[in-house]
Structures are given as structure tokens and as C-alpha cells.
Design a protein around this ligand. Structure first.
Ligand SMILES: Cc1cc2nc3c(=O)[nH]c(=O)nc-3n(C[C@H](O)[C@H](O)[C@H](O)COP(=O)(O)O)c2cc1C
Length: 221
């Protein structure tokens, strides 16, 4: 069996993949594990479309054609969160050898999102559009379980909000029904060990920044 803590600690986003296909047996194992994720009223709201081979190549070509013809910015972050994206960019692009002021280099690196970073398989994660935020939490629990199940089997991943920048292209190419909303993408495959940016330990905040443990109630409160 796998050591849970070791799997959680070893996972990091992969942004260059080898073309080696994912053994179907390992994929099915990870997908079956992810089905065990909890969800509101056990709705199991996740809908995952996986594309490989010709279907994935066709999606990549369609996305790249759209990126060239009609380039769009990533969805902006609220002002108070923008520094996170800047800091992450410095770390990830830095590891790729692209400097802070190299606009063209950054744009090229960012475009690799739409080529799924060379992954042999891409997933598109959806849920029914009538469901709400609480159900998106369930989809998130599914996604993390899947990602960790893949990590345990030596398979790298990158969750990608960038793929939602061209939802109509993805919907058309993968015949995703209108009643589903596209939440994010997931590139998956064996990470290229020779790519320095595949070994980043992106810094995480201390627990206190995200968690408040509330106990004694003060006289004034
Ligand atoms: C919902 C979500 C969307 C993300 N979107 C992208 C993306 O579009 N492109 C990308 O390169 N990384 C994307 N990431 C990966 C994050 O940048 C990454 O998880 C974060 O920087 C922490 O690094 P780590 O995964 O290596 O711990 C996304 C991650 C999540 C969970």
C-alpha cells in the first residue's frame, strides 16, 4: 500500500510530460478510488471527460487555433489576490528560465496550457449547471482524491483553470452537453523528470494564515 503523508508531500504540479501513455489499469484504479469521494447528499456531482490519442490531439489543435486567432487573458483575480499569481509566475517561469520582464517568453510558456504541457491525456471536469457552490466542493474533493491516487501510481498532474478560457471550443470538440458547466481541466501523464519546473516545492502559507481555531469566548465578545 501507499504512505498517505508521503503521497501528499510528494505531489506537485507537472508542466512538462513524457508522451508515454498511462497504463489503463493504473488509470482505472485511480478513477475508482476517486469515486469514493464524499459529496453533498451523495450527489457525486463530478462529470469527467478524458481525451487521449486523436481526440486529445484534435482538441489541442482546435484550442491552439483559437489561441492564435482570438487570444484571451486568463480570468482576472480580485485585486487583493493578484500578488499570489505574480509570485507563482516568478517561481514557475523562473524555473523554466523565463525572466520576469520577458513578456513574449511568458506568453509562450503560458500557451503550453493549451497543449496540455505535452500530456498524453487531458481531463475536463464538469458539473451540472443547476448545482451550487457546495456541490463544487464535492467536485474538488473528487479531484484531489483522483490527483493523489494518480500521484501514488507515479502519474503526474496539473489542474488547469486556463482551459476554461475557451469553453466553447472544448464543449464542441468533446461534445460536452450544455447542462454541464466546465470547472477546470487536468493534464495527466508521466512527468518529465528532466524539466526543473516539475520539481518545484511552491511555498505554502503557515496553517494560522488559513485556519482559525476558536475556543474560549472572551468577556467582551
Ligand atoms: C483549481 C486550480 C486551477 C489551476 N489552474 C492552473 C492553470 O491553469 N495552469 C497551471 O499551470 N497551473 C494551474 N494550477 C496549478 C497551481 O498553479 C498549483 O497547484 C499551485 O501553484 C501550487 O503548486 P503545486 O500544485 O505544485 O503545489 C491550478 C490548480 C488548481 C487547484
Amino acid at each position: 500500500m501507499f504512505d498517505f503523508e508521503e503521497i501528499v508531500r510528494s505531489r506537485c504540479s507537472s508542466r512538462r510530460f513524457l508522451p508515454t501513455p498511462i497504463p489503463r489499469e493504473l488509470l482505472v484504479e485511480a478513477l475508482s478510488l476517486a469515486q469514493l469521494a464524499p459529496s453533498n447528499s451523495n450527489i457525486q456531482p463530478w462529470r469527467l471527460f478524458l481525451a487521449e490519442g486523436e481526440r486529445k490531439d484534435r482538441l489541442r489543435e482546435a484550442l491552439m487555433a483559437e489561441v492564435r486567432a482570438n487570444p484571451r487573458e486568463l480570468a482576472p483575480l480580485p485585486a487583493s489576490f493578484r500578488s499570489y499569481r505574480r509570485e507563482l509566475g516568478a517561481i514557475v517561469y523562473g524555473a523554466m528560465g523565463v525572466s520576469r520582464d520577458d513578456e513574449a517568453g511568458r506568453a509562450l510558456a503560458s500557451r503550453r496550457n493549451y497543449e496540455f504541457f505535452g500530456a498524453p491525456m487531458v481531463g475536463i471536469l464538469c458539473m451540472h449547471r443547476e448545482l451550487g457552490l457546495v456541490d463544487a466542493v464535492g467536485v474538488g474533493m473528487y479531484l484531489q482524491t483522483l490527483v493523489l491516487g494518480l500521484t501514488a501510481r507515479g502519474i503526474g498532474t496539473c489542474v488547469q483553470a486556463a482551459l476554461t478560457t475557451y469553453p466553447e471550443v472544448i464543449r464542441r470538440e468533446l461534445a460536452i452537453p450544455e447542462e454541464l458547466v466546465i470547472l477546470c481541466g487536468l493534464s495527466l501523464g508521466y512527468a518529465d523528470p528532466d524539466f526543473p519546473a516539475n520539481h518545484l516545492k511552491v511555498p505554502k502559507q503557515p496553517v494560522e494564515k488559513n485556519v482559525s481555531i476558536l475556543g474560549q469566548v472572551s468577556q467582551s465578545g
